[in-house]
Design a protein around this ligand. Structure first.
Ligand code: ADP
Ligand code: ZN
Ligand code: ZN
Length: 724
């Protein structure tokens, strides 16, 4: 008897699959990865076959039969990957498997079938068919078919007044065949920045490609490609991908956020054309499904996309690239909270492929763990711009957020025609409102955070979306003097517009991007303008390449340093160094100004010297001393609920359970309060462990046990392994 072990696609944590089902012959071929509709208690559920077996621990008469087998399914190696993700990130099998199934499986949207259209094809008999006996529409149809290569869409003929009836009559005479053809919805790749011509690689690029190809032919490798922006990393990926295709294998190229990296996508598309598929969440459901199927069928062999593309169905994988590997968006921030870089690493190892992590500002863990390939110079031979650190401590608050030197540099832009980019990592007009009389602060009613004032739309909570009108007076004391502090991107935009007038200023942040049809449009406008300044949040430091940018400015460079987070240093370094790398790519060279309250901070000093190696050496030592990752593993468990007491009690219970079960070298900390969000109270328990796998297993056990005992009733729990 054949038994299928099936994981039901339901996310209840307390439910432990897989469950055994008896496979009747009528279902046809069922293998690992087949999706089945199965009876489950009184319900019917979709489930995925994760294993086939000869017998079950249950008696045959107690086993149910699946109702039907669906067409959708995923190859066995992807099933293994999905289950690995579920285990590794303390999620459920269903959530892990959903990542690897064809887009939309099981959801209402999954019912999007391939879109098809009717096509009309002339047969050989049509070539010299006698016109006698044919009506005028039939004659016209044959004529049109004759002049268009023998095939037309029925819709095109209908537009000429030739309807279905005429076509059916032609078909009966054997002069045409009518058929359906699947229409592929091809996502269009947008283009911003310098175009991509084929280049001949420099010595260092060649060495890097050779090392990658050696890995390709030698069963795999894990490599870190370290090179400043403009050092030619993308050309290395392209050449490596070519070598992969020559060997009949496939590749995945991961980019941080698809919208942020249009150039990378466009360059891959223009080099590889139809062999590229693009997968990302902004595609329509049908487009996603089509691209997935093209990869699954092997029509496309390279997948470009953000983190979810790590699950692309590519057989014979030879290469996985993670471009800008330092980027935080590789971490998924909802369950399963996987890290696409780790997924890529697992897949590369599993399929004997080469993993290439590329960055100008690599993470400490990559620096430590992988063989390094260096591209030390910009391709254009230009040196990196001079970076000047401006100490903002000894300043009078009334001078405003722009230092006099910054203002002067911006004003000078107009004279020689170069462009500028200004980074301010805060949205809105001002980030804090307070009453000058009584000290009242404007806070979100649902979250413990300040409301941010926006120029036209009033006060907003950046965490939950709550908004209210800007106050005319203080509701507590009636005072009319409300202080606005903390300049955000809108305020900075205005200050810069004053400094550079009549040059145009373009603001790029989540608000302007949402309004103006995407940030690509804003980047395009900035690119097309003969001069001007791009102002915005960290979006301005990513992925683009404008040769005429001669000035880069970072405002409040230490803002990210003030986060209570062990990655604060690493993030600050990356942000400042990345922005510095965007300046001076053209003939005029460049200059970068960094305003900060912490001019002595290692992250800022090293970024100013474009010294990643120096920064990383110090940072790795700091992490070693404090036993932070990669010298330990952090697992964050967060409980949320309506009542603080219940959340606290459940978190304390979890902590106690962990104290009893965590292996040696691991300990639990907390529960610690986290700020209230969307009206929900939050508590966090943190596990710090020397060894990852046993600690993850202990956390999974503890949380599952709590879920089964209903102690987590009405609470939600999120587990973040390798929390960022
Ligand atoms: P990165 O990905 O490191 O930022 P790119 O690969 O985008 O660098 O290269 C920057 C620019 O230099 C691109 O316009 C690219 O086409 C060009 N380029 C890269 N390698 C070479 C080369 N060997 N010769 C000439 N131009 C090159
Ligand atoms: Zn007041
Ligand atoms: Zn809020």
């Amino acid at each position: 008897m054949s038994i299928a072990k099936v994981e039901p696609l339901t996310t209840a944590r307390a439910l432990r699959g897989p469950f055994d089902y008896r496979l009747p012959a009528r279902l046809g071929e069922v293998g690992v990865g087949t999706v089945l509709l199965v009876p489950f208690g009184s319900r019917r559920l979709l489930g995925v076959v994760v294993e086939l077996a000869e017998r079950s621990a249950l008696a045959p008469e107690r086993l149910a039969e699946p109702i039907e087998a669906l067409e959708a399914g995923a190859p066995p190696e992807l099933i293994r990957l999905g289950l690995w993700v579920a285990r590794e990130y303390c999620s459920t099998a269903a959530r892990g498997l959903e990542l690897v199934l064809p887009p939309g499986t099981g959801s209402a949207r999954g019912q999007t079938r391939a879109r098809s259209e009717s096509v009309v094809e002339a047969t050989a008999a049509a070539i010299d068919a006698p016109e006698a006996g044919l009506g005028p529409r039939q004659r016209r149809a044959l004529e049109l078919l004759g002049t268009s290569g023998g095939e037309l869409r029925a819709a095109d003929l209908a537009a000429e007044g030739i309807g279905r009836d005429a076509l059916l009559r032609l078909e009966r005479r054997g002069l045409v065949t009518l058929g359906e053809r699947e229409v592929r919805r091809r996502p269009v790749a947008a283009r911003v920045g310098a175009p991509a011509d084929r280049v001949s690689l420099g010595a260092e690029q060649r060495a890097a490609v050779e090392r990658i190809v050696a890995g390709l032919d030698g069963g795999g490798a894990e490599l870190l490609l370290h090179g400043v922006t403009g050092s030619g990393k993308t050309e290395v990926y392209l050449a490596a991908a070519e070598a992969v295709l020559e060997r009949g294998r496939g590749a995945i190229v991961l980019v941080p956020e698809i919208g942020m990296t249009p150039q990378a996508v466009a360059r891959f598309s223009s080099r590889f054309g139809d062999r590229i598929a693009v997968l990302h969440s902004r595609l329509g459901a049908g487009e996603r499904r089509d691209e997935w199927q093209r990869l699954r069928r092997g029509e496309a062999r390279i997948c470009v996309g953000p983190r979810s593309a790590a699950f692309a169905p590519i057989a014979g994988l030879g290469l996985i690239v993670c471009d800008e590997e330092h980027d935080a968006s590789y971490k998924q921030e909802s369950d399963p909270r996987y890290d696409a870089r780790e997924v890529a690493r697992w897949r590369a190892a599993d399929s004997g492929a080469v993993l290439v992590l590329g960055s100008a500002t690599p993470r400490p863990e990559s620096w430590l763990e992988h063989e390094r390939l260096e591209l030390p110079r910009r391709v254009d031979g230009r040196s990196l711009p001079d970076v000047e650190v401006i100490d903002m401590r000894a300043r009078d608050g009334r001078e405003g957020p722009l230092h006099a030197r910054t203002r002067a540099a911006l004003s000078a832009l107009g004279e020689d025609g170069g462009k500028g980019i200004v980074l301010i990592n805060r949205r809105g007009w001002s980030t804090h409102l307070s009453c000058r009389e009584c000290g009242r602060a404007w806070q979100c009613p649902a979250c413990d955070v300040s409301l941010v004032l926006h120029r036209v739309s009033g006060l907003h909570c950046h965490h939950c979306g709550h908004s209210e009108p800007a106050p005319a007076s203080c509701p507590d004391c009636g005072s009319m003097t409300v202080a606005r502090t903390g300049a955000g991107s809108e305020r900075i935009e205005e200050l810069i517009a004053e400094a550079v007038a009549p040059q145009p200023v373009f603001r790029l942040d989540a608000d302007s991007a949402a309004r103006k049809g995407g940030h690509l449009e804003i980047l395009r406008e900035f690119e097309a303008a003969p001069s001007g300044v791009l102002v915005g949040t960290q979006m301005v430091a990513k992925g683009h390449d404008f040769p005429d940018v001669v000035l880069g400015v970072v405002l409040d460079a230490d803002a990210t340093l003030r986060f209570p987070d062990f990655r604060a240093e690493e993030r600050t370094f990356a942000l400042v160094a990345q922005l510095a790398g965007r300046s001076g790519r053209g003939e005029r060279g460049g200059r970068v100004l960094v305003q900060t309250l912490a001019p002595g901070a290692a992250a800022i000093r090293h970024a100013a010297e474009h010294d990643a190696a120096g920064f990383l050496a110090g940072e790795i030592e700091r992490r070693r001393e404090l036993r932070y990752p990669p010298f330990s593993h952090l697992i964050r468990i967060e409980l949320t609920g309506a009542e603080a007491d219940r959340v606290q009690a459940a978190a304390a219970g979890l902590r106690a359970a962990l104290d009893a079960t965590l292996p040696g070298g691991a300990r639990a900390l907390g529960p610690a309060p986290r700020f209230r969000l969307r009206g929900r109270e939050r508590r966090q328990v943190l596990v710090k462990a020397n060894e990852r796998a046993p600690a993850v297993a202990a956390v999974r056990e503890a949380v599952d046990a709590a879920a089964r005992s209903r102690r987590l009733r009405d609470l939600s729990v999120s587990i973040d392994v390798d929390a960022q």
